[in-house]
Write a new protein. Structure first.
Length: 394
């Protein structure tokens, strides 16, 4: 079935954004926007540097040609001034399958106020009117802002595709594939793990002594040092020290796994100074059963102060109250008495002894002591402890 040959060039009014054909007076704004470092990093194929001649070619030839070949290329304009604040388009059209790929960028001065979300929502609705059945969207694993746009505009995460995009250094890069079908319900797509209270950039959990916040790229040095410690390696699965590159990727991509609903990786900090004390993670392996696993580690200088117990309580409260998890489990090696004390003080109960449950050193298997916490276990804690686990915004 041929759904379309050439898409019409129109003016599409969205909420607070206008999508319109490019015009010659856009050249300066186009040059400024496409020389921005973030735009360059996440938008493939932009000439470097992007010159006025490049902008002239795009306005006169590139964008009109996109329509002639079954795609679309619109300027995102501020509806009050009609000035260009970004670009959006449909590429790689497949009329035989009624699908196309959506891409976009927003100028730095216009970011963070929903421009991309509204532009993508408007273009997706328009594409559905043109009988485009499915829109694909590819985001880099480090591009959390764009992934948030995808979710807010109702795209669903489908997979991580390995080596699917040419990288800047001549290699190939992975991408998260998102898609929106014409018949998908309006509004954002569902998420398993919400943001922390306080929002995506500044959200945290704190009891006034420790503060948990999402793991980020700049945390790599401390997290790398933490995961080289022999006792931390011994309690990792598998028990192998990660190298620097692995830790850098883990930190830079933590937001991706959070948005995917797979794991919430947090840094434990000292609430007074902000110093990194350790890390803690919630691994949502059984969402259908409402069960997740918690794991944590502290740098030696911060041990013996009750920080791990406080961190586990804070995370457990958030998991029960905000995520809807109903059973939190944790495993420790049989000789890890300190970790068992943390779990017991946080209200966990010992449930079992699992023989040969985990990979050990040199191909061996090691036993694991299983602990679990239910929401009702928290109510049985003495008042001072329960207070320590209350949810509060920073
Ligand atoms: C991605 C991009 C288009 C977003 O534009 P925008 O107009 O700022 O997007 P919105 O305001 O609609 O939404 C951005 C969301 O990301 C969040 N965000 C922004 N920077 C973030 C960061 N560094 N980490 C986490 N979240 C971030 C914002 O808080 C907002 O989320 P919220 O609405 O839930 O609070 C813009 O950053 C950009 O042009 N980037 C470079 C080009 C690019 O990445 N294009 C997409 C390629 S797939």
């Amino acid at each position: 079935m041929i759904a379309w040959v050439e898409l019409p060039q129109q003016v599409i009014e969205g909420r607070g954004v206008r999508l319109r054909p490019y015009r010659r007076s856009d050249a300066d704004d186009l040059v400024a926007g496409l020389n921005d470092e973030l735009t360059r990093r996440f938008t493939p194929g932009i000439p470097n540097p992007y010159t006025r001649a490049d902008a002239g070619w795009w306005i006169d030839q590139g964008a009109p040609r996109a329509f002639k070949t079954g795609g679309a290329a619109y300027a995102i304009a501020d509806p009050t001034t009609d000035r260009l604040v970004g670009g959006i388009g449909l590429s790689n059209p497949r009329p035989d399958k009624a699908l196309a790929e959506i891409g976009y960028w927003v100028a730095p001065q216009a970011r963070g106020r929903g421009v991309a979300t509204e532009a993508v929502s408007a273009l997706a609705a328009w594409a559905a009117e043109q009988e485009i059945h499915r829109l694909d969207l590819y985001t880099a694993l480090e591009n959390v802002a764009s992934q948030r746009v995808a979710i807010a505009a109702g795209f669903r995460r489908e997979a991580v595709l390995r080596g699917v995009m040419p990288g800047r250094d001549g290699g190939w890069e992975d991408r998260v594939l998102w898609a929106r079908l014409a018949g998908d319900p309006p509004g954002p797509s569902p998420r398993l793990l919400p943001d922390l209270p306080g929002g995506p950039l500044h959200g945290a959990l704190t009891d006034g002594v420790v503060r948990l916040r999402p793991l980020r790229a700049p945390d790599a040095p401390e997290i790398h040092a933490l995961h080289q410690l022999p006792e931390v390696v011994a309690s990792s699965v598998p028990p192998v020290a990660p190298d620097r590159e692995e830790i850098e990727l883990r930190c830079a991509r933590a937001g991706t796994w959070w948005l995917a609903g797979e794991r919430a990786d947090l840094v434990i900090t000292d609430a007074a100074t902000g110093a990194v004390a350790g890390d803690i993670g919630l691994y949502y392996q059984e969402p259908k059963a409402g069960q997740a696993t918690v794991g944590y580690a502290l740098l030696p200088a911060w041990r013996g102060r009750g920080y791990a117990t406080r961190a586990v309580r804070l995370l457990a409260r958030w998991a029960f109250d905000r995520v809807g998890i109903v059973r939190l489990v944790a495993g420790t090696s049989p000789d890890n008495v300190a970790s068992q004390r943390v779990l017991e003080r946080a209200g966990f109960r010992r449930e079992g002894y699992l023989r040969g449950r985990l990979p050990g050193p040199a191909g061996s298997r090691v036993d694991d002591v299983l602990y679990a916490l239910l929401p009702r276990d928290l109510t049985g804690l003495p008042e001072t402890r329960a207070q320590g686990a209350r949810l509060s915004t920073p």
